[in-house]
Design a protein around this ligand. Structure first.
Ligand code: PEP
Ligand code: MN
Length: 346
């Protein structure tokens, strides 16, 4: 339910609504707009609540929200949310590209790849230190040593860093080293992790579950927002289909559907959605044409040596070609692709 205040409602009247929400064991979320203030009500609502608030002084109208996603809904926030990582913006007019290796493997691999993706036009660096691998015998990532290398790569390139946390306990550690916490596909419904990411108040990249519906993805995001963190970027990364020619099936539809349902930024991962380097650029172009706010792309300085996701890793040259193509598509849909890495603010 949204309680829309009159544009000349007084602070006392707004506070009265907030107190009314709290005494019913619900949570108020304040949205101060240009013209008026809206109090979003979150929690288990009981019947008759709307009438109880409609008559309070200063209340213009009470709008029920029938669907369960509230804070993520465009009914709640009309304007696009912009998530900034040190000046790199997701969700504004710009297109932002995150690129880097699947896994952080060693110092030279990471630094060489980081410099190459920056040179090619990436705005942020990716690289997993904690890796969710199907086999327990596969490379599991370097852990904290990998986070330290990411911090070094950020220092020398100026690129903000995105990396995955797999457990709630890893969230504070990842937060310390990285500019954005990735929640991977396998953990989209790990509620303890969503809770911790919400509490962290740090930007979050939430990837769609392997077999999750759009509704389920929005509800996962809702967990993070309902813990007070609005800085969430959603990532379509393909879902499991029946077609074995590609690793997953890219759900391009999800981009316009999400953009209409939610104010949160939406990006696409063409690397995991196709699983094959040769298809990555085509799907990257399609995503930008469909309205995505950005991309996350796996790039390795020497793909043949990659310890994870070798088949889908682009060479730096192929990535540079992708960026040039994406720039052309972005111009066609009137979205700028900032060419220069913004200076670090710290
Ligand atoms: C990754 O980004 O390396 C990754 C494991 O992705 P996903 O969670 O989408 O499979
Ligand atoms: Mn990967």
């Amino acid at each position: 339910m949204l309680v829309v205040m009159h544009k000349d409602a007084t602070l006392d009247q707004i506070n009265q609504v907030i107190a009314g929400v709290e005494t019913r064991g619900l949570h108020p979320h304040l949205l101060h707009g240009e013209a008026q203030t809206i109090v979003g009500v979150v929690g288990q609502e009981t019947g008759g609540l709307e009438a109880q608030f409609a008559d309070l002084p200063g209340v213009a109208e009470v709008v029920p929200i029938s669907h369960a996603d509230k804070l993520t809904s465009r009914d709640f926030f009309k304007q696009d949310t912009v998530v900034s990582l040190n000046g790199v913006r997701f969700g504004g007019p710009d297109i932002a590209i995150i690129a880097g290796p699947c896994s952080v493997e060693n110092r030279s691999q990471l630094l060489e790849t980081a410099h190459a993706v920056k040179e090619a036009g990436a705005h942020a660096l990716r690289g997993g230190a904690y890796k969710p691998r199907t086999s327990p015998y596969a490379f599991q990532g370097l852990g904290e040593a990998g986070l330290e290398l990411l911090a070094e790569a950020r220092e020398v390139t100026g690129l903000p860093v995105v990396t995955e946390a797999m457990t709630p306990e890893q969230v504070p550690l990842v937060r310390r080293y990285a500019d954005m916490i990735q929640i991977g596909s396998r953990n989209m419904q790990n509620y303890g992790l969503l809770h911790a990411a919400g509490e962290s108040q740090h930007p979050v990249l939430l990837k769609r579950g392997l077999m999750a519906t759009i509704d389920e993805m929005l509800m996962a995001a809702e967990y993070i927002l309902s813990h007070g963190n609005r800085r969430v970027v959603l990532c379509e990364r393909g879902v499991r289909g029946f077609e074995p020619a590609t690793r997953n099936t890219t759900d391009i539809n999800a981009i316009p559907v999400l953009k209409s349902r939610t104010h949160l930024p939406v990006i696409l991962d063409p690397s995991h959605s196709t699983g094959k380097a040769e298809y990555v650029a085509a799907i990257a172009r399609a995503a930008i044409a469909a309205g995505a706010d950005g991309l996350i792309v796996e790039v390795h300085a020497h793909p043949e040596l990659a310890l994870s996701d070798r088949e889908q890793a682009l060479t730096p040259e192929a990535f540079a070609a992708l960026v040039a193509q994406v720039r052309a598509i972005a111009a066609a849909v009137e979205r700028p692709l900032p060419a220069i890495v913004p200076p670090r603010s710290v």
